[in-house]
Design a protein around this ligand. Structure first.
Ligand SMILES: N[C@@H](CCC(=O)N[C@@H](CS)C(=O)NCC(=O)O)C(=O)O
Length: 218
């Protein structure tokens, strides 16, 4: 096998979901190595990945960590990961980069747990401000580029959608106030076959991989 993709526990690892979606969207055949996360500083992750974090992709001699770098690598193999048109592509990269660098309050207050529902939890002024920005950014993007379908750039689920897929998951878990359009986008992301596959595989992970601090928020 010329490729190996290191991932963390699917139930919790939002960054792994992004990297996995990129690799699958690009059609790269990779052996998947899922490392049960310890809730930070997992020794097996440190041993496997140059940055000590997942996702991490090895492919035909390339060693790629950081989800956005994985996105760019996958897009070299499958350019349709980004929109074909230059201005749309610039926008897609801008919003993907904003996601990669930001929304820390949202990520901290609403950790991803695909096996739980925590409606109403995690709302604070900072996380709600992040959510308002996400909602506006999705609305602007869909208004400008999304007319042909349910995703950010229309009919094709692309790298920008992959970057936001774990945000959609969090919003479905924590159910903060959202515009109807953002709620519809979250539902569309959840229904995408690859996202559905990730949830299904997460549901089959051993119960022993569960981490108390993510299971008992309520
Ligand atoms: N900026 C990184 C973030 C990766 C990240 O934070 N991954 C977490 C899992 S979601 C991790 O590997 N944590 C180490 C650990 O839990 O041991 C990226 O874009 O890939």
């Amino acid at each position: 096998m010329a490729a190996r993709l290191y991932l963390g526990t699917r139930r919790y690892s939002s960054w792994s979901l992004r990297g996995w979606l990129m690799v699958r969207l690009a059609g790269i055949e990779a052996e998947e190595v899922v490392i049960p996360l310890a809730g930070g500083n997992t020794p097996a992750v440190k041993a496997a990945s140059p940055s000590g974090m997942v996702p991490y992709l090895e492919h035909e001699g390339a060693r790629v960590w950081e989800s956005l770098a994985i996105a760019e690598y996958c897009a070299e193999i499958s350019p349709a990961l980004w929109p074909a048109e230059r201005i749309a592509r610039a926008h897609a990269r801008a919003i993907a980069a904003e996601m990669h660098a930001g929304f820390r309050a949202l990520r901290l207050a609403m950790p991803m747990n695909l096996g739980r529902s925590y409606p109403g939890l995690g709302q604070n002024p900072e996380s709600l401000a992040d959510i308002a920005r996400v909602d506006a950014l999705w609305a602007q993007t869909r208004a400008a580029y999304g007319a042909s379908g349910p995703y950010l750039f229309g009919a094709v689920f692309n790298a920008a959608d992959a970057m936001f897929a774990p945000v959609a998951a969090r919003l479905l878990i924590y159910q903060p106030p959202l515009s109807a359009a953002a709620a519809a986008y979250c539902a569309a992301v959840r229904a995408h076959p690859l996202v559905a596959q990730w949830y299904d595989e997460a549901a089959r992970e051993p119960a022993a991989w569960r981490i108390d601090k993510f299971e008992n928020l309520a």
